[in-house]
Every structure is written in C-alpha cells, then in structure tokens.
Design a binder for this molecule. Sequence first.
Ligand SMILES: *Cc1c(COP(=O)(O)O)cnc(C)c1O
Length: 467
Amino acid sequence: MSEAALTNDPESTAGLQRRDAAHHIHPFTDTAALNAEGARVVVSGEGCWITDSDGKRILDGMSGLWCVQIGHGRPEIAEAVHRQMTELSYYNTFFKTTHKPAIALAERLARLTPAHLNHVFFTGSGSESNDTVIRMVRTYWDAVGKPEKKTIISRWNAYHGSTIGGASLGGMRAMHGQGGMPIPGIVHIPQPYWFGEGGELDPDSFGTWAARELAHAIEAQGPDTVAAFIAEPIQGAGGVIIPPDSYWPEIKKICADYDILLVVDEVITGFGRLGTWFGSDYYDLKPDLMPIAKGLSSGYLPIGGVMVGDRVADVLIDDTGEFFHGFTYSGHPACCAAALENLRILEEEGVVEHAAKIAPYLQERWRALGDHPLVGEARMVGLMGALELVPSKPSRTIRFDNEGEVGTMCRDFSLKNGLVMRAVRDSMIIAPPLVITRDEVDQLIDRASKTLDDTLDALSKAGRLPS
Ligand SMILES: *Cc1c(COP(=O)(O)O)cnc(C)c1O
C-alpha cells in the first residue's frame, strides 16, 4: 500500500491520530501540542507490556497510571465481569437495596485492610473518594457536637484527585490556578521532600521539621477549628516523595495530641505497592479514613472507596441519620466483580509477597543508577521509585533551567527505548506492575540506563551541561 493510502486508512496509526485529534480532549494534556505531534495509540496489553499501533512492545514501568498491580490482560477478570453482567449488569445501592458483589467486596476489604477499618463507602474513583472524605470528616465533627471543626490540612504538591474537592485537597499550584481553587477550609503545609526542599538539614531533622509544620498550622488556624489532616504515605504524582523516617511517627503524635482525624490516601500505596497490603501497614499508621481506588481493581474497571475506621463509622452509622451523599455507580456490580477477582488473584497468587520479594532486587539496581552523571538521587520504596535529574553532582540545590524540559526529553527517549517512565518536573518515576519478574527488572534497568545516556548525550550536544 502506498504511503498516502495508509494515511487515509482510518485504522492506520496516522488515521487514528487524526481522528483522535479531531474530537478528543485529553486529560492533563496540552491538547494543541499533542495534536501537532500525534498521540501514541495503545492497542493491547499483556503482563508488564503494552503494544502500540505500530506493533512496538513497551515495558509498562508505570502500571498504566499506578494501578495495574496484576499486569495487563488477565482473562479471569474479563470472565468474572462477564458472569456478573449476565446476571445483574447494574443496580444501585441507594434506597434500601444491595447486591451480592457489593456485599462480598465490603466484607473482603474489611478483612484485608488494617484491623480497625471495618466499613467501606463505595465510589467510582480516587477523586470521588476524596470528595467523600471532605463530606464525611465534616459530618463526623457535626455529629459529635463540634461543628466548628471544619478545616482540613494537606500538603503542597500532594495529589488527591482532579474533582474540585480532590484538587483543592491536593497541593498542585498549577491545578489551583485553573478554576478558582482551593475551596475554602483547606490549608496546605510544606511537603517532606528532602532532596528538593531539605536545605542544609539532614533528612531526619528535616522530616521532623516538616511534620511540626502540621502543629504550627493547627495552632495558626486554632485547634478547635481543625478537622483532619490528609496525606499520601508516599506522594505519587508529586514525584515519589519518600518522607524521612522521622516524619510519620511525628505526624501520628501531632494528630493524636490535637485530636484531629488522620486521612491516609492509599489510592496508590494500597494493594501491595510497597510490598505490604497497605502503606498504613508499611508505616504503621492508624487512619480514621482511608481512600482507595486504582489497585483495588488493578484498573480493569473504575472503582474506588473510602475505608471508614471504627471511630468515624460508629458516629456516621449511629448518630448522623441519613448521610446525604452517594453516586449512581457506588458499588457498581460489574466493578465490584472486577475488584473481587483482582483481590482473589492478589491473595491466591501471592502477588503482594512477590512484590516484597522482587523489590530489594529492583531497588538495588535502581539505586545503582544514582551513579550516573545525570542522577542526583535514586530512591525507591517497595515498587515505586524516582530518579532526580540534575545538571551537575553532587548538587541538591542546582536545578536545570526551564523546569520540566529535561524530564520531558528523558521521558521521550525512554518511550523510544521501549520503557514507560513518567516525568515529574525533572525527575523520572517508575511504579511497575507487582508481577514484574527478575528478567523484566533487568530489561527495565537496561532501558532506563540507556535512556539516561541518551539524555546526557543530547544535553551535552546542546551545551546544556556545565563544563
Ligand atoms: C490517582 C490518585 C487520586 C485520584 O484518583 P482518580 O481515580 O484519578 O480520581 C487520588 N489520590 C491519589 C494519591 C492518587 O494517586
């Protein structure tokens, strides 16, 4: 077929890109810039690999968007969803009704999550879960006779979703800049980002400082007005920010001292990402509320929820009356069936144990990339890691001009080399499927290493490195 005929074929890569550009506005995308370049069309996935419309196989170092714990393309999930859809494709859980998949999933989650979390409120996504958190936290304090406790404290550069509530809880300044956020009653404190913001302090002193910023914010707001603190155990979208060891113990103490609720956003860290079932297990946290999504269904169908601790559940169930909140798709039967089958696979195939076992090997090889001239820090916990790209080392304080440009360049090289890495500012992120094998770890590291060389080469040719 001639070049021109191929381009006219609506199912060719060029045809698909043209049709995508004509009618599709992409999330978190400069759509005009994308349309000029053409989107990569992903056509299939299996295990840790995706294949694009040109037949190129790419190692999915990001598990889609941090969610495909069990890998792509497991037929058991498709079969479980098919069975459920044949029996009951949809019914709601409002108005005194329920159904078997919602019952079974609630029961399973109560068993798998930390001991004091025994109830779930179902949502369709992580963002909806965090909007639910705002409603629940404030309703809780109303019900216990402290309605002045309304303010929720979060961190700069946190990510809690993209609805108005979720984005307001989040600390992404670019997001706040579009659409009048944050909503009132949400306050942000510094993040425990030692590499970027630790200055002259050692990691543990900085971690303690960052935690005490919570106490300072509570005092500044007035302790009687603060309802909750929300945080990811490890910030994901913010750039895999791993807090110093001193951080979480101090945060726990402050929440207890001031009697504010602790909300631990486990949308990424839940379901095995850190080699434990939950980030709360890893850091020994006792969240009052725990938003979940992503790995709950390994992304096969959209479903999320808020795990509700006994303290809040007792009040919400016994003292609140009707909770005027819910979604048409809360506990959607097909999504629950996908989640149940995903959890069965995680448990029966020992996927979380596998993650814990493979993590030290990936970490060792990942940290060795820290010797590359472009890498200022290589960090990883469980199976989520980051490489901080810097123009010269050792140089925590020296950053590239035009933040994000080098990260994007490196990301593009990575895809060319057959590896999905994500760029956050000028750092590179990975969070591969939990089922990754030793051989795939080697391939991931080889490709990441070549990508760093390619980036260094391009920067040096462009005269962007100090001589
Ligand atoms: C992805 C994410 C969310 C939002 O989830 P969506 O399903 O995209 O709405 C919330 N919190 C964290 C920590 C996330 O990573």
